[in-house]
Design a protein around this ligand. Structure first.
Ligand code: FRU
Length: 510
């Protein structure tokens, strides 16, 4: 700034300096130094670190997604709430940071939470995190409100925190409020640890006015095998049942299941609001079988669909994009329904069709071995493979450059679907493709982006979400080992929604 000199009188030069400073303020971003892994149609931050989706809601004609955000560095620290909005769940734009860690009760992080529209305001409820207790009148993790009447700037409630302490027998791990309304009452479910048993649990509070909260009780609790802490609970109705969705920490890997450091899954049951009794099968069902899926959050659209979005990464990994100045992305939005056997089915929201720019392929192939389909960075690929008993593997192979490749295929000898990134960490799960007749059929819907793959199988009961890191434009092949497979392939190239300006103001300038 000091390099700019003008021969003008003093007040005028001050005005010029202010204008130049403001210009600098609005165009300054934390920089991404290399675009190689930047995704084309997934929610990411402009730069820096992101984890959980937060405050997923619909307000004033727009969908709002917030996310755990460190604008200053590509590491988990300094949690703010970043903010994007969209009219169609597909084309997102960045808004200024919604929440800063600027109060005594959230000085070490504005942690995860949710959003709800109350009296025409968009209300965010989040966990304020402080690292130490030193005689304050709230605990290390307490629950706070922030309110907006324009969907962009948020004012923290003056009497925060509204839930200052964990409930009885509750440890200080007490976070991630998910708020909803039932009849005229507001409810919130929170993740917590029972400090007597050291087991994870979800607890419920209720309120008539948003500001005064009464402890209702424990909604569900680990009985020994479901983890020591439950993060990011969500509780909602689906096809007449109640679903408790959560991300437990501390579930041990078991065969093909629970292969990530932390898990995301659900219990299905029915809830009695009068007695706070959630009767469920005590079966925790893992929601996704890939490497990168955590902290899922849902919302109900104005037309009554239950939509979910999740963090498409995982704690304690190597993040190759970190050296480029950013880490983390969110999954595509998925519509949830419940199958007749009580399993959640996930399917990409219908709005995603708007991303299709051109048709890459629309054909039926007879594949034996591998057959090249196309080179592409971001695409939606629909495959219907029909095969007989001689088949051993059927699916796709994606070459990423540098001799590395991703295989996504049905292994018929084990009846498993496998996602193998070639890193000695394949993921597998049992899949039932057998029908009463021969031939059998496998239906795959794949969303490929510049550093991610999301696979939806059959009716959506089985999904795999993982980050992948190509070093050149990926080459996609159809794969059939054992015999010839007939494959109907339809594929579309997908739009880059971020090609415009994605710059936002940085925290240090505000
Ligand atoms: C889940 C989580 C939440 C917490 C947030 C902090 O990934 O650990 O429990 O609120 O991330 O960023």
């Amino acid at each position: 700034m000091s390099l700019v000199t003008f021969k003008v009188n003093k007040p005028f030069s001050i005005i010029i300096l202010v204008i130049i400073f403001n210009l600098f303020e609005t165009v300054s971003c934390i920089s991404v130094t290399n675009e190689r892994y930047r995704l084309n149609y997934h929610i990411m931050s402009p730069a820096g670190w992101i984890n959980d989706p937060n405050g997923f809601s619909y307000y004033n004609g727009e969908y709002h997604v917030f996310y755990q955000y460190n604008p200053d560095d590509a590491t988990h620290a300094n949690m703010h709430w970043g903010h994007v909005t969209s009219e169609d769940l597909v084309h997102w734009k960045h808004l200024p940071i919604a929440l800063y860690q600027d109060q005594p009760y959230d000085v070490d992080g504005v942690y995860s939470g949710s959003g709800i529209v109350v009296n025409e305001s968009l209300v965010l409820m989040y966990t304020g995190n402080v690292n130490q207790i030193d005689g304050r009148d709230f605990s290390t993790q307490s629950q706070a409100l922030a309110i907006s009447s324009d969907g962009e700037s948020f004012i923290k409630y003056i009497n925060n925190p509204v839930i200052p302490f964990p409930p009885q027998n509750g440890g200080n791990d007490f976070r991630d409020p998910k708020i909803w309304k039932y009849n005229d009452t507001l409810y919130v479910v929170l993740g917590n640890q029972n400090n007597l048993t050291m087991q994870g649990r979800a607890v419920i509070y209720s309120s008539y006015d948003l500001f005064d909260w009464t402890y209702v009780g424990v909604l569900a609790e680990s009985t020994g095998s479901f983890g020591y802490m439950w993060e990011c609970p969500d509780f909602f109705e689906l096809n007449g049942f109640h679903i408790l969705l959560l991300s437990p920490q501390g579930i041990e890997a078991n065969g093909d299941d629970y292969q990530n450091i932390y898990q995301t899954g659900y219990f299905v049951g029915s809830y009695n609001y009068r007695t706070n009794n959630f009767s469920h099968s005590n079966t925790f069902i893992e929601l996704d079988h890939g490497h990168d899926f955590y902290a899922a959050q849902t919302m109900e659209t104005p037309d009554g669909r239950r939509i979910m979005i999740a963090w498409m990464d995982m704690w304690e990994r190597d993040y190759p994009e970190q050296e480029d100045g950013w880490v983390g992305a969110l999954t595509i939005p998925r519509e949830l329904t419940l199958s007749s056997s009580g399993r959640i089915l996930q399917n990409p929201v219908q709005e995603l069709i708007a991303l299709r720019t051109s048709t890459l392929l629309n054909t039926t192939l007879n594949v034996e071995g591998i057959s090249k389909l196309f080179d592409v960075h971001s695409a939606e690929i629909l495959i219907k493979a029909t095969f007989n008993d001689a088949i051993t593997q059927v699916g796709i192979r994606i070459e990423l450059g540098n001799n590395s490749c991703v295989l996504a295929y049905l292994d018929t000898s084990n009846n498993k679907f496998v996602l193998d990134r070639g890193d000695n960490d394949p993921r597998r799960t049992l899949i039932n493709v057998t029908n009463a007749n021969n031939p059998e059929a496998l239906e795959m819907r794949v969303f490929l982006d510049k550093s991610s793959i999301e696979i939806f199988l059959g009716d959506g009961e089985i999904t795999f979400s993982s980050r992948i890191y190509p070093s050149s434009t990926p080459a996609v092949y159809a794969l059939s080992n054992g015999t010839v497979t007939q494959m109907e392939v339809v594929a579309y190239e997908l739009e880059n929604i971020w090609s415009g300006s994605w710059c936002i103001r940085q925290s240090s300038f505000v």
